[in-house]
Design a protein around this ligand. Structure first.
Ligand code: GLN
Length: 543
């Protein structure tokens, strides 16, 4: 968040900025990691599976992330070992210093190529064994390209110990000490804390950490992540950065960010979305998805409440879905892998379809919507995806042709941005407002064309397909207020100031459904939450 916010501030000063994440783990990319381990896998336009931080970068700055923006230990070693096998080191012993560190520096230089400023974030904690080569590389970097071109910003923790009623500077002192041991003196300290740091505390930190007083800055907890750039600006962070880097720029233009934050702090309406998934205790697993729903809410003046429903908990016959979803104005089934909880998700989709509750399916969510429709509308009992039942009599979702010979798991799915053509007259066409769109993918399975006719005859609308007509990308239901599901991941394209059209219209449909529910409640003599006349007017119109 700090990197993304610094990026936003510098960009709004007129600089060309990009951000790179260096991840010290050994996986070549996070694509093979479970969301339980590392949260969401963020996919870029060029089809790189990256750390979820890159999602924040794209949401905060205008630069598009590519494979150059996420580097892992695995990637570095992979490349060094390949070069060694090719004999490129000409008989030398290959070592962490200089070969690994040179490889890291090469990655930084390549990412910095066309930028005024490249922000390089190193994941992990100072003192970790695996982050040492990265820290050594950025230490060397200053000497390589000149002092005036490199700035070290260190993010530390200042915990408040409530029993002692005291803020503790020790973790910060120790972490700076660790950094100095390896030859890096931070220029700026960003201190994570839940309250403002007094001048005295900042002075103490500065003394113990060998810093200037005005380089110790508070990075205080805030309610919304979109407040962070403004808070850091208040602390003087961007002024200090350009002063130390000796760059001349204009004052940042922050009016748009201020308007956004003001909006977020005064949202008048409320809407609840039920998200049926298997990573319910883990908001990081659906990071971009959650943000996209919030973005749509910002535009529609609505606070979006996310209600995570464990798909496995829906599976028994005795489960009453009307109770579970009683507070939900819309239901969303996100992407996922593996068969755990699949039947629960299908049940939720059936409930949304039959009860005309706005439904949004994403990737796996679309595949399951197709299965549900095939089973319960077309009558293809036991229809399934071959991912979950290799012997299903009706594989309405099947492995993609080009996936059949693939053996390796890493970076082998259908990944990245692909074009999609929309059907005139469909909701998708109306929402996007254009005929051809481009969206990011991450999947191995697809809609099986052998079932296209059977399903469309019964009212399933294929509203988005690949330009060659072979791949089904979006489906909708004609006789439903809002039932849209897509094979791609629109959440990777939503921005706080530019919500994605599908999320925007899903939230709008959910808001309308919510109002309708309140209106019915009112008519039957219940207590109403509808207070403003304007809202009542809107309700009447919908009814
Ligand atoms: N498991 C499904 C597939 O591989 C869906 C993937 C997803 O939701 N990202 O096609």
């Amino acid at each position: 968040m700090a990197s993304a916010s610094i990026g936003a501030l510098l960009e709004n000063r007129g600089l060309k900025v990009s951000i790179q994440k260096l991840d010290p783990y050994i996986n070549v990319d996070p694509g093979t990691m479970s969301p339980f381990q590392h949260g969401e896998v963020y996919v870029t336009d060029d089809g790189t599976e990256t750390d979820l931080d890159l999602g924040h970068y794209e949401r905060f700055i205008s630069a598009r992330m590519t494979k150059l923006n996420n580097v892992t230990t695995g990637k570095i070693y992979h490349s060094v070992i390949q070069k060694e096998r090719e004999g490129k080191y000409l008989g030398r012993t290959v070592q962490v210093i200089p070969h690994i560190t040179d490889e890291i520096k090469g990655c930084i230089i390549r990412a910095a190529n066309k930028e005024d400023v490249l922000i390089v974030e190193i994941g992990g904690t100072v003192g970790d064994i695996e982050s040492l080569p990265f820290l050594e590389a950025i230490r060397q970097f200053k000497a390589d390209i000149g002092k005036q071109h490199v700035l070290y910003i260190h993010l530390t923790l200042i915990p408040f110990i409530s029993a002692a009623d005291e803020l503790k500077t020790k973790p910060t002192q120790h972490s700076v000490q660790k950094l100095r041991e390896i030859g890096i003196q931070p220029d700026i300290l960003l201190c994570r804390t839940d309250r403002d740091l007094s001048k005295e505390i900042k002075a103490k930190i500065a003394l113990f950490c060998n810093m200037d007083h005005d380089c110790v800055m508070t990075a205080k907890d805030v309610k919304s992540i979109y407040e962070v750039p403004l808070c850091l600006h208040e602390e003087g962070l961007d002024d200090k950065i350009i002063e130390l880097l000796n760059i001349w720029t204009r004052e940042p233009e922050l009016a748009e960010w201020k308007r956004l934050v003001d909006r977020i702090q005064h949202l008048k309406k409320k809407v609840t979305i039920g998200i049926v998934g298997k990573y319910v205790d883990l908001t990081d697993a659906y990071k971009s998805l959650n943000e996209s729903l919030y973005h749509a809410g910002f535009a529609l003046d609505a606070q979006v409440h996310l209600s995570f429903v464990d798909s496995e908990s829906l599976q028994g016959d005795e489960v009453d879905l009307s109770k579970i979803f009683s507070e939900c104005d819309g239901i969303l089934v996100p992407g996922g892998f593996g068969d755990r909880g699949i039947e629960g998700k299908i049940k939720a989709i059936r409930y949304a379809r039959e009860n005309k509750i706005p439904f949004f399916g994403i990737c796996l969510g679309m595949q399951l919507a197709v299965i549900e429709f095939a089973r319960h509308v077309v009558g293809l009992t036991k229809a399934n995806s071959r991912e979950f039942d290799a012997k299903t009599p009706y594989p309405v979702i099947d492995l993609m042709e080009e996936q059949k010979a693939v053996m390796n798991k890493g970076a082998t799915m259908r990944l990245g941005a692909y074009p999609c053509v929309l059907e005139k007259g469909s909701k998708a066409f109306e929402h996007y407002g254009e005929k051809e769109i481009s969206e990011r993918h991450r999947h191995r399975y697809e809609f099986n064309n052998a079932y296209r006719e059977k399903l469309t005859q019964k009212g399933l609308l294929i509203s988005g397909i690949s330009p060659d007509g072979k791949l089904v990308e979006i489906i909708e239901l004609k006789k439903h207020p809002w039932f849209v599901a897509c094979q791609f991941h629109p959440e990777f394209r939503s921005r706080p100031m530019h919500p994605h059209p599908l999320f925007l219209h899903f939230i709008e449909a959910a808001l309308n459904a919510g109002l309708q529910k309140q209106w019915l409640h009112l008519k039957t003599g219940g207590e109403s939450e509808i207070t403003s006349l304007a809202v009542q007017e809107k309700t009447k119109k919908i009814i």
